[in-house]
Design a protein around this ligand. Structure first.
Ligand SMILES: Cc1cc2nc3c(=O)[nH]c(=O)nc-3n(C[C@H](O)[C@H](O)[C@H](O)COP(=O)(O)OP(=O)(O)OC[C@H]3O[C@@H](n4cnc5c(N)ncnc54)[C@H](O)[C@@H]3O)c2cc1C
Length: 451
């Protein structure tokens, strides 16, 4: 079998893999990135295409170039939540962007190459090379087996990565408590319409059956990313049919042409407790780095990719790729977006214990700002008048509101706990304390344990 050597092998040319490869190559490592797709198809990923902006991406790539090439809508100022005949508008704290995801994917692959990484297309990683520590991967490149050997392997292969099925991680801290019920199955289409929609400055959401939501994200006033997903704890939904029904029922989508379709799974769970093992790190979807309530995973994948590479670069230079040497990566994730995602996950658990109708009624009864506050995004306190209005409008949902409030308090506690994510020595005790908070949440909500 052909064998190739590098300092780092990165599996997957999505956001996590490209930022990892660009970052490691910038640090001077010899990096090879394996992508199963062809160069022509590289960068095509199932996505809603919405992000806050280029500033949410690490500057290891040329962010202006990424934005100029791929951000097709830079004026997203509101969220619209549609429930039955009602529309709730929420102003966005930061102007959002919708992009041409394929072009964005191509540009970040280009940027990884420009930084000095070798991008190898048409190459599927099948298994890991492991002698205690992970020492690379076995892959099939255009039908031929090739072994890629390196002191560091970065798993950026996305949700439900095959490498983690293959590797023996039983002796490592690496989180193997991963079940399909912690994922969401999602599907999207890009449609073109004749007339510009009059909400091209908005992200539109609607509750769907099975704890998911339908979205309409305008790439341009006449090109819309429409999609939906469902939580895999629930009964499976026929996503294509459900989306078709929804689109056909909207006047503004009359005569819409579907120009692209794609579906995928995404993790809607807390970040992996540890995403390191000797010689091995996972980033992005492969480590649960997605906001579990919105499904937004691009910034998490980009940041975790860059941070993993920075830590790995030192480890390779020091010739110590032990978990202890890589641990700083876990800390950087948890002390940054990890604590927020772990806290937000509790609202998902709250959701699994209630029906969509019950939750929709509650959301309809709440003023937009309070909704934002309830999800921990806002800081605005309510005036007395608004408080009274809220009390009146939420009449009939007070039990659920009280429960939501208790979950909110637990979410704050969880965030504080993740902010104290320890060194490797304190990991066991930290997990035990975290699990006690989780037990409280299951008791408050009556939800079945997610982990
Ligand atoms: C329908 C849908 C809508 C979404 N909407 C949004 C949104 O609007 N905004 C947002 O921020 N996030 C959104 N997300 C989440 C976001 O797309 C992901 O979190 C993000 O793409 C994760 O990046 P990644 O690099 O970890 O994985 P991916 O983007 O999945 O990249 C993985 C790469 O690895 C390659 N690969 C996989 N296995 C192998 C293998 N064995 N060998 C070689 N290559 C391999 C794949 O071909 C792919 O290129 C959405 C996800 C879905 C499914």
């Amino acid at each position: 079998m052909k064998t190739e050597e590098a300092d780092m092998v990165v599996v997957g040319g999505g956001t996590g893999g490209c930022f990892a490869a660009a970052s490691a190559a910038s640090e001077g490592l010899d990096v090879v990135l394996l992508e199963r797709k062809s160069r022509e198809e590289g960068g095509r990923i199932a996505c809603g295409d919405a992000i806050k902006g280029a500033a949410s991406l690490p500057d290891v790539v040329d962010r202006d170039y990424v934005a100029d090439e791929s951000f097709t809508n830079r004026e997203v100022r509101r969220g619209i939540f549609e429930a039955d005949d009602e529309k709730i508008e929420i102003p966005l704290p930061v102007t959002g962007k919708v992009m041409d995801r394929k072009r964005y994917g191509e540009v970040i692959l280009e940027e990884a190459e420009r930084a000095g990484a070798e991008v190898v297309y048409d190459t599927v990683a099948r298994s890991v090379v492991q002698n205690g520590k992970v020492e690379g991967v076995r892959a099939i490149r255009k039908g031929e087996p090739v072994e890629y050997r390196a002191p560091m392997t970065v798993d950026a292969a996305g949700a439900l990565s095959v490498l983690q099925d293959d590797a023996d991680l039983s002796e490592a801290t690496f989180d193997t408590n991963v079940k399909f019920t912690q994922f969401c199955s999602a599907y999207r289409e890009i449609i073109e319409v004749d007339e510009p929609v009059d909400w091209s400055d908005a992200l539109v959401f609607k509750p769907a059956e099975q704890l998911g939501y339908v979205w309409y994200f305008p790439r341009t006033p006449t090109e819309i990313n429409v999609g939906l997903g469902f939580q895999m704890t629930e009964e499976p939904m026929k996503l294509v049919e459900a989306l078709r029904r929804d689109v056909q029922n909207r006047d503004e989508f009359k005569n819409a042409r579907v120009v692209n379709k794609l579906g995928a799974a995404l993790p809607t769970r807390r970040p992996y407790d540890s995403a390191v093992a000797p010689g091995f790190m996972a980033v992005g979807d492969a480590a649960g780095h997605v906001n579990p309530t919105t499904g937004g995973g691009i910034p998490g994948a980009a940041k975790s990719g860059a941070w993993a590479a920075e830590v790995a670069a030192d480890a390779v230079v020091e010739e110590d790729v032990s978990e202890d040497a890589l641990w700083e990566y876990n800390q950087r994730v948890m002390h940054d977006f990890g604590k927020k995602f772990a806290a937000t996950d509790l609202y998902n658990i709250f959701g699994t214990a209630h029906g969509v109708d019950e939750l929709t009624d509650l959301v309809k009864a709440m003023p937009g700002q309070q909704l934002v506050d309830a999800l921990g995004e806002g800081e605005v306190s309510m005036s007395l008048g608004l408080k009274i209005k809220t009390l009146v409008s939420t009449f009939g949902h007070w039990g659920l509101l009280r429960e939501l409030n208790s979950v909110r308090k637990k979410a704050e506690e969880m965030k504080g706990h993740y902010a104290e994510y320890p060194s490797m020595d304190g990991f066991g005790t930290w997990k035990e304390e975290r699990d006690t908070i989780m037990d409280d949440v299951y008791e408050i909500t009556g939800a079945s344990p997610k982990y």
